[in-house]
Design a protein around this ligand. Structure first.
Ligand SMILES: *Cc1c(COP(=O)(O)O)cnc(C)c1O
Length: 379
């Protein structure tokens, strides 16, 4: 098989890890010493750039941590929420569920407001619960719930939490970098994300942007040594070095990815490309008869959930394998409300790849003999 311009034989239409550019992969060819001045400068540059993306350079600090995004979520929750804290988690998918689960494991009190996966988080219920339960100290929300691709109303959530004087933690893993979050408008104490989603780096590092005045009071909170972001921050402030072996190649790639992000026009530029990708994919799939789970007004341009076609000839595994043979890797659904599959539109993908993916879907359907792409309806 021949490789494409990203150095791969296929494209990932998934929520991460994603297709990365060849130049980002090439940035990993050097072995860095973790105590080298060059590497210390690289770490500092990444931390500054991430704060700048959120317009949070004056108010927050960026604390990176080794591992996938969940490691950063677990580290941030365990570091910032004190042992006598109580967290309200807004859930409308697997990632909200995961935060509630983490809080249970690390022994913090949790309450939840749950919505179905095709509904945005209920802000009226949030307002009412914060008014009623004054013991709630923190609210944890998911920005784009990658389970469905839904965009939660983060500005409204932040305004309500601020009005009640509570602390907001945002899992912006699959949004930050492509959907604007300005700390001067969206009042958050913590925002969590990772190297490998909308910034298009390689996986291996997560980070949290944490309000400096909040983090200063978090000494000794953490349930864990390696996931203690206060300790991690103190070490970085002291000599610019990571406490434990950093994922040096991941950071080198991330630094390059942040340059490519800036060259594309930052968040606005990346959003424009992803929105274009999403539009092509949704229009093309609808033209074949597929139905999206979500209405367009709550669909984030990140990942799209399609209902499984009603045609008895449709078999997801055959569909998946055949698309994969044609060079496009899609993602199974993870919903409880409907049978579905997902196609991502983030990563190093543009119009040409979206049109080629649609061609691959058409060829696959015709090979399978599938003609009815709409979802099954109750009789
Ligand atoms: C990807 C993602 C995470 C982290 O998942 P990992 O598999 O640990 O990287 C957390 N929250 C959301 C919303 C995500 O999309």
């Amino acid at each position: 098989m021949t490789t494409n311009e990203t150095g791969n034989t296929n494209y990932l239409l998934t929520p991460g890890p994603l297709t990365t550019s060849l130049s980002i992969k090439q940035a990993m060819l050097r072995d860095w010493g973790s105590r080298d001045a060059d590497f210390i400068a690289l770490t500092a540059r990444i931390r500054e750039r991430l704060l700048a993306v959120a317009n949070a350079s004056d108010s927050h600090v960026c604390v990176p941590v080794q591992g996938s995004g969940t490691f950063a979520v677990e580290a941030a929750l365990g570091t910032v929420v004190p042992w006598d804290g109580k967290v309200l988690v807004l859930i409308n998918g697997a990632y909200g569920q995961r935060m509630a689960r983490i809080l249970g494991i690390v022994g913090r009190e949790v309450v939840t407001i749950e919505n179905a996966e095709n509904e945005v988080s209920d802000t009226a219920a949030l307002d009412a619960m914060l008014a009623r339960d004054t013991a709630i100290s923190h609210v944890a929300a998911v920005h784009c719930e990658t389970t469905s691709g839904i965009l939660n109303p983060i500005q409204e959530i932040a305004d309500i939490v601020a009005r009640h004087g509570r602390s907001l933690l945002i899992d912006s893993m699959s949004a930050f970098g492509a959907i604007d979050v300005d700390a001067s408008k969206v009042r958050f104490d913590v925002l969590m994300a990772s190297s490998n989603k909308c910034f298009e780096g390689v996986p291996g590092m997560g980070f949290a942007l944490i309000r400096r005045s909040v983090l200063e009071g978090c000494e000794g909170n953490a349930h864990s040594l390696s996931l203690d972001l206060y300790d991690q921050w103190q070490a970085l402030e002291k000599n610019g070095q990571w406490r434990f072996t950093p994922p040096t190649h991941v950071l080198a790639a991330f630094d390059r990815a942040l340059s490519e992000h800036a060259d594309e026009g930052g968040v606005a530029g990346r959003h424009a490309r992803y929105a274009g990708n999403c539009g092509i994919l949704v229009d093309g799939m609808r033209a074949m008869g597929f139905e999206t789970l979500l209405p367009d007004d709550v669909q984030a341009p990140i990942i799209i959930t399609f209902h499984t076609p009603s045609d008895p000839k449709f078999d997801f595994q055959v569909f998946y394998d055949s698309l994969s043979d044609r060079g496009f890797v899609i993602y199974p659904g993870k919903l409880t409300v409907a049978d579905s599959f997902r196609m991502g539109c983030i990563g190093r993908l543009g119009e040409d790849q979206m049109h080629a993916a649609l061609d691959a879907v058409r060829a696959t359907l015709s090979e399978m003999g599938v003609t009815q792409c709409g979802r099954a309806r109750a009789a």
